[in-house]
Design a protein around this ligand. Structure first.
Ligand code: ZN
Ligand code: ZN
Length: 253
């Protein structure tokens, strides 16, 4: 399993921190978790072929997590060179079908992959859910952010990575991430600057501790996080390995 961080930023435009996106390569699959604006460019910078995406897991429908879906779908019909012919999956919380219909209402069939290649699946957004793609097991659980927003866990190749998505303190995340090799956890603002619907580093650390994860990667940084040592703040509550994620960082179990 190999995890490439494509974006560690937020709704605030930032040169060094693209909006949210993560690529997971495992079990001969390429799985994206979120694709905020700029994700496709970051994939190219990371040497990841944008035509090889097997599945896109959307945590929620805030634009900083999902807006590169439009150019991705558009390119799936018009990309130069060999175009992916196999089907690919678009997975998200309840509201995915409505979101997709809304995109089609705006962009028409230009963004509908031809030949029934797009397989959509809404995960239950009120309790744990799961599905299997190839040799990867994908689990979801409701996060504490919008009405329908999810955490994801991917188990494959004998390893596991859990992605918080945007969230406030979440018992479902503690349970979902149990014994994960990697927890990629949002920490939007530093300790002392808590806002509802998001975490601060010491809260992310406490979740990592309680879940017993192997490694905690902090991400989703609003600008105030640049002024402090978020790793030190998370280390107050988690004694395991902590990394401050950067765009294009590769993390292995
Ligand atoms: Zn966000
Ligand atoms: Zn959000």
């Amino acid at each position: 399993m190999e995890v490439t961080i494509l974006g560690t930023g937020t709704a605030t435009p930032a040169l060094e921190r693209n909006a949210s996106g993560i690529a997971v390569r495992a079990a001969d699959l390429l799985i994206l978790v979120d694709m905020g604006p700029g994700t496709l460019r970051r994939m190219m910078e990371a040497g990841i072929d944008t035509r090889l995406v097997d599945a896109i897991l959307v945590t929620h429908f805030h634009p900083d997590h999902v807006s590169d879906l439009v150019p991705f779908l558009f390119a799936s019909n018009y990309a130069f060179g060999p175009v992916r012919e196999e089907a690919f999956h678009l997975i998200g919380p309840e509201g995915l079908e409505q979101y997709f219909s809304g995109l089609v209402a705006v962009y028409n069939d230009w963004i509908v992959p031809r030949g029934n290649r797009l397989i959509k699946r809404e995960m239950n957004s009120r309790k744990r859910d799961r599905l299997r793609i190839g040799r990867a097991e994908i689990h979801s659980a409701p996060s504490v952010h919008t009405g329908a927003s999810l955490h994801y866990r991917i188990d494959a190749d004998g390893a596991s990575v859990t992605v918080s998505g945007d969230t406030d303190v979440s018992e479902a995340l503690v349970e979902l991430a149990a014994q994960s090799d990697i927890l990629i956890c949002e920490c939007s603002l530093p300790d002392g600057h808590k806002v509802l619907g998001h975490l601060v580093p010491s809260e992310a650390g406490r979740i990592a501790s309680r879940a017993g994860v192997g490694k905690l990667a902090l991400t989703h940084f609003y600008p105030p996080c640049e002024e402090v040592d978020v790793v030190a703040q998370a280390a107050r509550t988690f004694s395991g390995k902590i990394v401050r994620a950067e765009d294009l960082m590769v993390i292995r179990p």
